[in-house]
Design a protein around this ligand. Structure first.
Ligand code: GLY
Length: 655
């Protein structure tokens, strides 16, 4: 069973039992009680558990992208050293918002596992909370699980989202991988690698307050969480989550970039696993709008990228390599998470830039660290210098030191940081202005990424989310959805107009304020544009068509250059506007006049012969339309009906 089949089987099972399939939410959670990142599938449903909002459906199912890189749920320490930990993973889940409770949750879990996806029921064990007689009785009397394979634990069977938030007793389902994986004794006393916990059924009943006390939630809920990659590991009978079809292709990219072989050596295996895991974490985090920086989420993603670079260096990779890994990640997971594909260029570009920035100081920083490592101790001020001058996150320094069994003077580092902060505060006396980036970040957290409609339409009804006065007298307008393409990957942004009941603005350029957040740089030409208003956003279509033609031109030029000069010619960059294009490529010398003429002849020949290009574009547009519609349906029946109708349009003779 591969990842796609499992995703489909899980969703279908719960849909057939009255659950609404809900898309994965952003990795940046919204609720005030939520931690820094979405660490489980339940997070987008917190307002329903707390009774702050009424749930639109009594039952739901989802496959949620999750990261466990900070706070209560942080798997970084285990990463690469165990069979089962990842810092990015997909969580399978089903929810009841005051609807069904323990009996159905347990009964369905058992049926799905043993009758639908192929788990051997004789190898399953469960744990329940020490006080939960009811759950034990359902497992034993309802499902028929022998009492010897039901164990009771205390805090291990009480799940909490974070230091505060919804929580409750749970029941965890484990698979016995057999004696070659460790001591017997069940999940409570046996080996961790032998009894693999892979699905947690939480009976969500309480709220944990900041002072530690618990109060009852308005209703009893179900929240389940299953790690997709762990299920795959067990179902595919492979040793680790890194050997499943969800992760292994990334290990392969890392192997080929580094010339190492997975399985040959413990130390390089850990590095290969970290690199593969981190490619997934960074792609999804940046895809959800987290920009590498020195604070909060930005710092976490910066550390992830820099750790991947140092691990790559440990594997002997001394040139930029994250772009290739992230592109492969997007290929693997973009089908299940289309937002990753639509933001692909920005994601890759952001990560490559961060890698580039770090590489400029990596060699000097590493040399400095090596001196300390040889000395047997890393002094606090050296760790600080590595952080401040060479961009080594303290976690990366600590990890590299730990590899060699050397300690870092963390207290000395913290003291140096505190001194620097105090100096910074002093020089900013009078308080810091509200930097625009903070405004963007808050907006991204509040409203998520801008929905891009520009592939289907040139005009879109939207809502004005925020209007920011830019320093140069222009306005920056932010909408919930937009047909305006934002400048990226060397293609200029769209221009056009934004109109509301009270005014009209001319959009002069569109760029990303943060990844995924479209910023319309505009000038008001009539009245005013106000936050909260309905708007009509219209692009200059003729200009867009011209840009598209030039974009196609870069492909033709690339092709012609390779025909004339050879396959080593690689695109290095390009700049595509409505009335010009620039194409950068790698070749060992200047082109002769004859070569240039030949390139021109070939490329022009292709342009004249543009019928296939048009046909190709039409087909791609149609394919995109179909894919988008299919993603929007709730049931397989609707999908089948739609596909039949579409097929009828294209091949009427098939009916
Ligand atoms: N919310 C259930 C889990 O993460 O295990």
């Amino acid at each position: 069973m591969d990842a796609n089949t499992l995703r489909r089987a899980f969703t279908a099972f719960f849909e057939e039992r009255g659950h609404t399939s809900v898309d994965s939410a952003s990795l940046i959670p919204h609720h005030p009680s939520a931690p820094l990142f979405t660490n489980s599938g339940m997070m987008q449903f917190v307002p329903y558990f707390l009774g702050e909002e009424s749930a639109p459906w009594p039952r739901a199912t989802s496959i949620q992208k999750c990261v466990r890189l900070s706070g209560k749920h942080n798997d970084l320490g285990e990463l690469g050293r165990t069979r089962r930990h990842l810092t990015f993973f997909e969580m399978l889940g089903n929810w009841s918002f005051g609807d069904y409770f323990k009996e159905d949750a347990i009964g369905w879990a058992w049926a799905l596992l043993t009758e639908h996806v192929g788990f051997d029921g004789d190898r399953l064990w469960v744990t329940v909370h020490v006080d939960d007689d009811e759950a034990e009785a359902i497992w034993h009397e309802g499902v028929g699980l022998p009492l010897e394979r039901i164990q009771r634990l205390d805090k291990e069977n009480f799940w909490e989202m974070g230091p505060t938030g919804p929580c409750g007793p749970d029941s965890e389902i484990h698979f016995d991988c057999g004696s070659e994986w460790g001591e017997e004794g069940g999940p409570a006393g046996g080996g961790d690698d032998r009894y693999i916990e892979f699905w947690n059924l939480v009976f969500m009943s309480y709220f944990r307050h900041t002072d530690g006390t618990l109060t009852d939630l308005p209703r009893h809920n179900i929240d389940t969480g299953g790690g997709l990659e762990r299920w795959l590991m067990l179902l595919q009978g492979v040793p680790t989550v890194f050997d499943t079809d969800a992760v292994r292709p990334l290990i392969e990219v890392a192997e080929s970039l580094s010339g190492t072989t997975y399985g040959a050596d413990d130390r390089s295996d850990v590095a290969l696993r970290v690199v593969a895991d981190h490619a997934r974490s960074m792609a999804f985090l940046v895809g959800d709008g987290v920009v590498p920086s020195n604070e909060d989420r930005g710092y976490v993603v910066r550390s992830v990228i820099r750790r991947a670079v140092t691990r790559g260096q440990q594997l002997g990779v001394d040139r930029p390599f994250l772009g290739a890994l992230v592109r492969r990640t997007i290929e693997l997971l973009g089908g299940a998470y289309p937002e990753l594909t639509s933001g692909a260029d920005v994601v890759v570009d952001t990560i490559e830039r961060e890698e580039h920035r770090f590489r400029q100081t990596l060699a000097t920083g590493s040399a400095l660290l090596d001196v300390e490592l040889a000395r047997g101790a890393v002094a606090g001020e050296v760790a600080f210098k590595l952080h401040d001058t060479y961009g080594f996150p303290i976690e990366v320094t600590e990890e590299m030191a730990a590899e060699r069994g050397v300690a870092v003077d963390r207290a000395g580092f913290d003291a140096a940081m505190a001194t620097q902060r105090a100096r910074g505060k002093e020089s900013r006396r009078g308080g810091e202005a509200d930097l625009p980036v903070e405004v963007y970040r808050r907006l991204a957290e509040r409203a998520g990424a801008t929905e891009f409609t520009g592939r289907e339409e040139h005009e879109t009804k939207a809502r004005v989310l925020e209007v920011v006065q830019a320093g140069d007298g222009h306005l920056e307008i932010f909408l919930d959805r937009t047909p305006f393409y934002a400048e990226s990957g060397g293609q200029v942004g769209d221009t056009g107009t934004i109109t509301t009941d009270t005014g009209r603005a001319e959009v002069l350029d569109t760029t990303y304020a943060l990844p995924g957040l479209h910023r319309h740089v505009a000038r008001v030409v009539e009245g005013e544009i106000l936050e909260g208003q309905e708007a009509v956003a219209t692009i200059d279509d003729e200009r867009r068509q011209a840009i598209r033609r030039n974009h196609t031109g870069t492909h033709l030029l690339h092709w012609a250059l390779r025909q004339v000069l050879g396959d080593h010619v690689k695109q290095q960059g390009s700049l595509v506007g409505p009335d010009y294009l620039r194409f950068d490529f790698s070749h060992h010398g200047p082109l002769t006049a004859e070569e240039l003429a030949e390139v021109e002849r070939l490329a022009n020949g292709r342009i004249l012969d543009n019928e296939p290009v048009r046909a190709y574009q039409t087909t791609m547009e149609h394919a995109r339309h179909v894919a988008r519609r299919v993603m929007s349906f709730d049931s397989e029946r609707q999908v089948m009906h739609f596909l039949r109708e579409e097929t009828r349009k294209i091949i009427p003779e098939a009916f």
